[in-house]
Design a protein around this ligand. Structure first.
Ligand code: ACO
Length: 181
């Protein structure tokens, strides 16, 4: 097997088809076409792609991993109460991670960790931003390990948060504080 040369870049319109295929392959949840359009056109969404520059035959710019996120107003989220609300700063924000995935053959190489680092770096660069947060389904051991290892704090278990094929599943809410929380 070859030695990958992983690079990170924003997701762009030419990624649409692969992005949709990877989401369909990797997640048990279906995403709307509008979501993918918003990602590739960076409408209210920030994203990073991982690509393997050493792949031959025109695949060297094809997504092998991705993370998508959105900036939200802290007071409009379920964890707004966790931050000390300052009426002088009503514009406090959070970065919410929507989706994160790595193609199976590229797992356990630290790619997800690097993608999350990009999100944390980005959130830290926004002065109004106080945390990065996300939901993960309670049975997803690899993802839970990853977030714990990266010092995310699990602050809540949400009963029946996900509905998949008429089955309810709990989720964990993980938070990583930036800019002093
Ligand atoms: N079992 C236990 N721990 C794991 C596993 C695993 N299978 N995979 C990753 N980890 C942990 C390890 O602690 C690892 O640290 P280490 O290298 O020091 O041991 C750490 O995570 C970082 O691992 P990476 O190599 O960066 O993770 P990878 O690139 O393999 O991607 C991911 C992990 C994204 C969870 C991948 O398995 C995947 O795509 N899974 C399917 C989609 C998914 O579950 N996405 C996250 C859903 S939550 C959300 O989207 C908000």
């Amino acid at each position: 097997s070859h030695r990958p040369t992983i690079c990170y870049r924003p997701i762009q319109p030419s990624d649409l088809e692969v992005l949709e295929r990877l989401h369909a392959d990797i997640f048990p949840i279906r995403y709307e076409e509008e979501f993918f359009q918003n990602v590739v056109h960076a409408r209210d969404i920030v994203s990073w792609a991982a690509v393997d520059r050493s792949r031959p035959n025109g695949h060297s710019d094809e997504l092998i991993g991705f993370v998508t996120a959105r900036i939200v107003l802290a007071k409009e989220t379920e964890i707004g109460d966790l931050l000390i609300y300052d009426p002088l700063k009503p514009d406090q924000t959070l970065v919410y991670i929507l989706t994160l995935g790595v193609v199976e053959t590229y797992r356990n190489l630290g790619i997800a960790r690097s993608l999350i680092r990009q999100v944390i770096k980005y959130a830290s660069s926004i002065p109004t931003c106080h945390a990065v947060y996300l939901h993960v389904i309670s049975y997803n051991i690899p993802a839970i390990h990853l977030y714990k290892k990266m010092s995310f704090k699990c602050i809540r278990r949400l009963q029946g948060f996900y509905l998949i094929n008429d089955q309810h599943y709990d989720s964990f809410l993980f938070v990583y504080y930036v800019n002093g929380g």
